[in-house]
Design a protein around this ligand. Sequence first.
Ligand code: HEM
Length: 121
Amino acid sequence: MIENLYELVGGQETIKAATERFYERVMKDERLRQFLEQTDMAHLRSRQVMFISMLLGGRVYTGKEIHAAHAAAREQGLNAAQFDIFLQHFRAALEEVGVKRQNAEKMMKLLESKRKSVLES
Ligand code: HEM
């Protein structure tokens, strides 16, 4: 039986594929790339997969607390418009890996719910 959004979208395989596509898009975008120049991307990808899996009800997240993880980005001026672009890339990545619209919209709401934690000091 399919119990949660995590299983509904295809579990780890789908989330991993979407996260890879997502960061490929972000790194090509000069409005966002600046924040990730010093970042170990393999590490970030694996943490992000774990975090999103947790949001969807599929895994336990053991990475940094999400507000603290973005302190440096906030110091560099991370703003709401950049957060919007981040979400747009994620939405596009979900489409690229074939997540159905209804499920993609649910995922986007979960990401949107982290806006304050990421942006506000
Ligand atoms: C424009 C928006 C964003 C930018 C520029 C950004 C940038 C970054 C950067 C630079 C790091 C690395 C921090 C470090 O090396 O310690 C990071 C970590 C992380 N971010 Fe974001 N982020 C954004 C939005 C988000 C959102 C919306 C989420 C999830 C809802 C998220 C989840 C994470 C996670 C899970 C980590 C890993 C924390 C860890 O290392 O344990 N980020 N982010």
